[in-house]
Design a protein around this ligand. Structure first.
Ligand code: DCP
Length: 218
């Protein structure tokens, strides 16, 4: 297909921290005609040698704004990146950054209202002037206690201070955004996957969304 001229079928893979987004995307590496945009977190851990994720968790009041500002940039880059295939799978989006993480940081006082206003103005501007549409959202739904345990086990050094309450709040915001539709913007239909299952069982669960993604890859 002449993919240069056509917009790819764009799938956003969303879910709490530790819900298995990277594993989900990796499952689709076996198929042709899909471009995977994985692990934006690696960019956040190394911007010209600076680990913004670490700075943000160590001193949120000082670094949350800087961190979320850079997250937005990396997300816009992913949304706009041309792909040579008819299907594009993205890990996260500018939407979850705004409706889950930035929203949470405003509500729990990590972001000043003025900082939030700047991030929100950027978000609105990007929405109005850039092509960041999506065709499908895969929501990897988890229980906060399950992801808390996974985060403890994977032991990413920056995240060892993440408390259960933080994951509960983020879980609720994902639910509000994708299930309860509490925000104006839900940019695409949502497929919900039970991502509490462990790795040995999750492949069958992933297959449930395969046909919706793969039928576009022809
Ligand atoms: N993060 C954040 N603000 C965002 C996006 C992410 O503070 N707008 C933080 C939360 C995590 C880290 O960045 O500490 C990575 O979170 P993700 O959920 O994006 O990535 P994971 O690696 O946890 O995904 P998974 O385990 O589901 O593959």
């Amino acid at each position: 297909m002449n993919s240069e001229n056509r917009k790819p079928f764009t799938v956003l893979v969303e879910g709490n921290i530790g819900s298995g987004k990277t594993t989900f995307l990796e499952h689709f590496r076996q198929f042709e005609d899909i471009t995977l945009l994985t692990e934006p977190v690696e960019q956040w851990r190394n911007l010209r040698g600076w680990n913004l994720l670490d700075l943000m968790y160590k001193d949120p009041a000082k670094w949350a704004m800087t961190f979320q500002s850079y997250v937005s940039l990396t997300m816009v880059d992913m949304h706009l990146r041309p792909t040579p295939t008819p299907v594009k799978l993205m890990e996260r989006s500018i939407f979850s950054a705004r409706y889950c993480f930035v929203e949470n940081m405003l509500r729990n006082g990590i972001l000043h209202e003025a900082e939030f206003a700047v991030l929100d103005e950027w978000f609105r501007f990007i929405q109005q002037h850039m092509s960041i549409d999506a065709d499908l959202i895969v929501y990897l739904k988890t229980s906060p206690s399950v992801v808390h345990e996974r985060i403890r086990k994977r032991a990413r050094s920056e995240e060892q201070c993440v408390p259960l309450k933080y994951l509960e709040d983020l879980h609720q915001l994902h639910e509000d955004w994708l299930v309860n539709r509490a925000f104006a913007e839900c940019p695409a239909p949502v497929v919900i996957i039970d991502a509490d299952l462990d790795l040995s069982q999750i492949t069958d669960e992933y297959k449930k969304s395969e046909h919706q993604i793969l039928r576009k890859a022809v």
